[in-house]
Every structure is written in structure tokens, then in C-alpha cells.
Design a binder for this molecule. Structure first.
Ligand code: BMA
Length: 369
């Protein structure tokens, strides 16, 4: 009898854990985020911007400001943040954003209803004076399990984990987010990139990173896989893919197909279609995880290049979001701002029903409830 009761209890627990409930507070916030992103489908595309609340082309750390809001009337629906430097215990990231301030922006962004995503450009665990852009061929093999600096790398991940775990609202709720480590691996500019390590070593590094943070450190998040644009088929896209069991977001970073002189909107679209097809087949979410035209040297870039790359395709328009890179200063910016000559075009782009800023996204979620 007792055994039956026990079996029943286990079956009940298993079933109730996997069952969706209409009471949101009982749902795991990471699963909620995944379902929300999945439901975007071809209804729209969230607009995202890196470091949007921290600084813009002409300002730094001014409460409530946002280049997106000032040019388009509303905040982005997705905010990107960068963890580079946290692994060394730095108080400020490699782009001068203090982690304390970042934590505040992340929590605020989440409370506003936005999606949060993290990139990470770590220093090498083998030689901490070397940045992500030092294409040292030895790093990956030394930091994966069995490598000479594996324990040092674990300590770096502990720092990442501490920061991630500290992302809690005032009532103790953990902020759900997307983690996008080891991106653009098919390019040759990072120490985890194609000229510095093999796909096998890369996959080991990717898997270890995610599994350590989740299984050893008890964190939960969505994981994004984001090659750069050097693929032309699904097979090539999956060269570095660490596995369906740990990836949630099927992404692509792409600046190359938008660069003046070699613009190829159609090529960008075909690549997004590859990502969407794969995501649809595996039940995942596809996204255009990073793009932009540095200094926006084309005033109609948003409506004539960026938007068509996904909106002109039934498949590509199923991506959940597109995120543009940071507006550091007048010499390095990837999205528009109020005083820039592309601002009217940016406004027109964001007024498109299919491009969602924060209010559009919040309205969509409300409608779904
Ligand atoms: C690059 C540039 C750098 C920055 C790095 C990490 O694309 O924007 O200035 O340090 O990303 O955010």
C-alpha cells in the first residue's frame, strides 16, 4: 500500500511540475519568458538595444533617458547588457558600465516588461591581460575540463554566477534573462573563434559553461547560440552548435551583410530563414541577436536595409527580436538618436506595426493573457 502511495505521489509530482498552470506566479519565470518569446511568432519583432538605459551618443547615466525613446517615443522591448570584466571581479565592465548600475538597469528593465539579454566578452583565464579579441590559440584547450587552467576558468564562472544570482527584484524574484556566450565563433576575431579552436573544443567549452552555471551554481536562464554571418546552409550554421538540449535561442549576429559597399540584404534574409527553419523544427525561438551599421552612414538604413532583411520574408519575419549594438559616442554608435540624420527613418521603422517597442510588447503580452 505504502509503495503504491509513494508511486502515486511521485507520478503526481512529475505531472504537476510539467503541467502549465494559468497562475503565473507558480510558473518558472524562465519558462514564462520562453513561452512569451515563442508566442511572438510572425505577429511582430521586438526591437532591442545594447546598453540603452546606461548611456547614449551624447549622455551618460541620466535617469530615464534612452536614445531609442528620445528618437522613437518609447523604450526598446529588449535590453542587452555586457558582462565582460565580471570574471576578473571588476566593478566596471569593459565598456565602463559599473556592474552595480547594470544590476539596477536590468531589474528596472524587467519590471518595465522588457526582455533582458547578456553578452560576455571575457578576458582569457590563461592570461588575464588578454582580451576576447586576442586570438590566442591556446585558451580554449586550456580552460575546458582537463586543461591546465580549468580551475581558474571555473573561478571566473563563479563570478559570473554571483552576478547573475544577484539579479533579484525587491520582492526577491529572480529576473529571467537570455545568456549569449561565445558568440560569433565562426569569425576569426575572438579567442574562441574559428581561427583559434576546433568546433569540438568550442562545443565542449559552450556546454561546460552552461552546464556549470545551471547544474553547479543552480542558475536558470535561456541560452542563445549566435554565430556571425559566415554560413550559407543549415549544415554550416550548425558547425559549432553545442546541442538542442542546452540551446533555446537560435540566433545570428550580422553586420557584414549590412556594411556599406557590400550590402546584401537578401543574403542576410536567407541566413535568418535558415535559423527560423531550424528553430521551428526543434521547437526553439529564432532571433537576430546583434546588428547595426556603425555611425549609420545611410539615413534610410532602418527602413531600406534592416527591416527588409526580415520583414520581406514570411519565414525570416518569424524571428522574435532584433537587437542593435550600443551607442557609445559620436564615433561608435549602431542605433539612431534624436539629433541624428537617420532619426526620421528610425521613427518610420519603429512605427511599423511589426516592429515592437516596449508598449507594443506589453500590450501583446496582456492580450495573450
Ligand atoms: C564591440 C565594441 C567595443 C566593445 C565590445 C564589447 O563591438 O562595441 O567597443 O567594448 O563590443 O561590448
Amino acid at each position: 500500500m505504502k509503495r503504491y502511495l509513494f508511486t502515486f505521489l511521485i507520478a503526481f509530482l512529475v505531472l504537476s511540475c510539467g503541467t502549465k498552470t494559468s497562475d503565473d506566479s507558480k510558473k518558472n519565470p524562465v519558462n514564462v519568458l520562453f513561452e512569451q518569446l515563442k508566442s511572438v511568432d510572425n505577429n511582430g519583432v521586438l526591437f532591442g538595444h545594447q546598453d540603452d538605459l546606461a548611456y547614449g551618443v551624447t549622455w551618460n547615466y541620466e535617469e530615464g533617458r534612452s536614445d531609442t525613446k528620445e528618437a522613437a517615443g518609447d523604450y526598446p522591448a529588449l535590453f542587452g547588457w555586457e558582462l565582460g570584466g565580471i570574471e576578473l571581479g571588476h566593478a566596471v565592465n569593459l565598456d565602463s558600465v559599473p556592474f552595480d548600475k547594470m544590476r539596477g538597469f536590468v531589474i528596472k528593465g524587467y519590471e518595465m516588461g522588457a526582455v533582458i539579454t547578456f553578452s560576455w566578452h571575457p578576458y582569457s583565464a590563461v592570461d588575464t591581460t588578454k582580451s576576447s579579441w586576442d586570438t590566442d590559440k591556446e585558451v580554449v584547450k586550456h580552460i575546458i575540463p582537463g586543461g591546465s587552467h580549468h580551475e581558474v576558468f571555473k573561478k571566473q564562472l563563479d563570478e559570473v554566477a554571483d552576478f547573475m544570482a544577484s539579479l533579484k527584484t525587491s520582492n526577491g524574484k529572480q529576473v529571467p534573462f537570455i545568456f549569449r556566450p561565445w558568440h560569433e565563433m565562426d569569425g576569426g576575431w575572438f579567442w574562441w573563434g574559428s581561427t583559434s579552436c576546433s568546433p569540438e573544443a568550442f562545443k565542449t567549452l559552450f556546454r561546460f559553461t552552461v552546464e556549470y552555471l545551471k547544474n553547479e551554481k543552480g542558475l536558470d536562464f535561456l541560452t542563445a547560440y549566435s554565430p556571425d554571418n559566415s554560413f550559407n546552409s543549415e549544415k554550416e550554421y550548425l558547425t559549432w552548435y553545442p546541442g538542442d538540449d542546452i540551446v533555446d535561442i537560435i540566433g545570428m549576429d550580422n553586420y557584414g551583410d549590412f556594411r556599406e559597399g557590400s550590402v546584401n540584404v537578401n543574403a542576410a534574409m536567407k541566413k535568418l530563414e535558415i535559423a527560423v527553419k531550424y528553430a521551428n523544427r526543434t521547437g526553439k525561438v529564432a532571433a537576430f541577436t546583434e546588428s547595426g551599421l556603425d555611425r549609420i552612414t545611410d539615413d534610410n538604413w532602418f527602413t531600406e536595409k534592416l527591416a527588409p532583411s526580415f520583414l520581406n520574408s514570411e519565414l525570416a519575419s518569424q524571428i522574435a527580436y532584433v537587437m542593435l549594438w550600443r551607442n557609445a559616442d559620436s564615433k561608435h554608435f549602431f542605433s539612431s538618436y534624436a539629433e541624428h540624420s537617420s532619426a526620421a527613418d528610425f521613427m518610420e521603422f519603429t512605427e511599423n506595426d511589426k516592429i515592437w517597442l516596449l508598449n507594443d510588447w506589453n500590450e501583446f503580452k496582456q492580450m495573450k493573457e
